[in-house]
Design a protein around this ligand. Structure first.
Ligand SMILES: [Zn+2]
Length: 302
């Protein structure tokens, strides 16, 4: 299975709860464990200005190009803005687009980067500068290789930017299942929003997910799913308050990937958030997602 990744995602943001080294560490562990080889890695190119403009406003893109964000815009971002960060995020938008394209060809594809779902058309927030999944979805819609896509967002935080971007766009269905009592305080309506109680268990989480996902996938005839496999529903996440275990999260991945495969819907997987007290847990949760995707890909071709 090809995995999209770039070493340039590891931007220096100083001491921060966001472990930017996770992308490289996940890649290294997957190679060490033989899940993928170096030859499976695909280096993305940056998203074009045209691609970015299908989602983001010209004024916002100018501001980040010219390093002209206001103080409040920099504050809302919660990561230090730099040209290096901007270039990494533009590359990441290209990476998720590449991942979507490969999912259409191969049934399942993984990007070790992306899921920046708090980025809106005209501003970034919550560590998210550009909305890579939105850029990818609109690029593939513009190419006419996709007619109706879904975003299945299982990060612990509501996908507010994605919901707002696609609020009036029937071509993209947004499903977010998240902790209700968590950032963002304001949660713009997506097509389906499921707010979960604090500390929910694996079993309760999985049964709620199964019920909603079955309806979503059955009723709409999607030709591509973007799956945000956030590691932050983990019970020991510093920015999350759900009660899932590592095994529960792996079961979640199996459930989503299996549901898509049974319906022959291609699925593009991105990691989204993950801030476990022990970074090793975040790495392992993301690796498990890729292990499940790899198992799914080999079943699809056998
Ligand atoms: Zn998150």
């Amino acid at each position: 299975m090809n995995v999209v990744w770039s070493p340039d995602y590891e931007v220096d943001i100083g001491a921060h709860v966001f472990p930017v080294r996770k992308y490289r560490l996940v890649k290294e562990r997957l190679v060490a464990d033989g899940v993928i080889s170096e030859a499976d890695l695909v280096r993305p190119g940056p998203a074009s200005e045209e691609d970015l403009l299908r989602v983001h406003t010209p004024d916002y893109l100018r501001k980040i190009r010219e390093d002209d964000l206001t103080d409040s815009e920099r504050l809302a971002l919660e990561v230090p803005f730099s040209a290096e960060l901007r270039d990494a995020m533009i590359l990441c938008c290209g990476g998720t687009t590449e991942c979507g394209r490969r999912a259409l060809a191969d049934g399942v594809s993984v990007h070790l980067g992306g899921g920046f779902h708090h980025a809106f058309a005209d501003h970034g927030e919550g560590f998210c500068l550009l909305n890579d999944v939105a850029v990818a979805a609109r690029a593939l819609l513009a190419e006419d290789v996709v007619e109706h896509a879904a975003v299945v967002d299982l990060d612990v935080h509501h996908g507010n930017g994605t919901a707002a971007i696609f609020a009036d766009d029937p071509a993209v269905f947004t499903f977010s299942m998240h902790q209700e009592n968590n950032y963002p305080a304001v949660k713009p309506s997506g097509d389906l929003d499921v707010g979960l109680p604090d500390r929910i268990s694996d079993d309760d989480y999985l049964s709620i997910l199964d019920r909603h996902l079955s309806h979503v996938l059955r009723d709409h005839g999607f030709d591509l799913v973007f799956y945000l496999a956030g590691a932050d529903p983990y019970r020991e996440d510093q920015l999350g308050g759900l009660g899932l275990t590592r095994d529960g999260l792996r079961e979640r991945d199996r459930l989503v990937l299996g549901a898509c495969r049974r319906r022959a819907i291609p699925v593009a997987v991105v990691p989204a958030g993950g801030y476990a007290l022990e970074t090793n847990d975040t790495i392992e949760i993301h690796c498990n997602t890729v292990r499940e995707a790899s198992a799914c890909a080999s079943r699809a071709t056998s």
